[in-house]
Write a protein that binds this ligand. Sequence first.
Ligand code: ADP
Ligand code: MG
Length: 223
Amino acid sequence: MLTARGISKTYKTGEIACPALRDTTITIAAGEFSALCGPSGSGKTTLLNILGCIDSSDSGELFLDGKPLAASGKDAMARIRRENFGFIFQTYNLIPVLSVYENVALPLTLLGRKEGVRDAVMAMLEKVGLTGMENRRPAQLSGGQQQRVSVARALVKHPRIVFADEPTANLDSETGEGVINLMREINRAQGTAFLFSTHDRQIMEHAARLIRIRDGRIEEETT
Ligand code: ADP
Ligand code: MG
């Protein structure tokens, strides 16, 4: 479904160049549930952001369903991202002044959706176990609950692939397992593909496919 071919990325701060990804090639198939594993600084965040079109690479190409993404232009690319990709972040990235309901509704609002928004949001909140909490602010929730809100926000528009950057790193192991299990349930029920990064062995074990990254290179893949 999504292929990145020959992706390289170097960050430059002043005189110092820091290669974050070196000639990386990876394919994400429809409906897969995969973990991107590697130590801190190995390039996990950079790769997820480039695959999800949040960041651009210095070289290499992205293909969605075999079509090159860059060829469609900036606006079209932004639309493709909004329609097809969902994101979950380590620190949740919820908007503090918005309620739980408003945070989850936001992706639909951004897509210009007007009809069926309330039903879609309430159904998603039920799925992640947060019914009755829709009027709370993020700060009035536990870390695990906040991450469930961000799972709901990522999934409310039914994306084809969700990128999750260390989604359990700020959670205790039991709560983290709960969030991964929730993602797995949604993956099975809706066929949404997930690519999540982690360096936690317990979390890796839930993945159907392990993708290892080290020094900006994908080292080994076991399926
Ligand atoms: P990970 O998510 O696996 O910890 P990152 O993708 O964040 O790895 O980082 C890969 C490398 O790129 C690291 O060496 C990191 O220091 C560097 N890096 C990441 N973001 C930036 C940035 N904005 N500016 C400069 N260097 C960066
Ligand atoms: Mg990271």
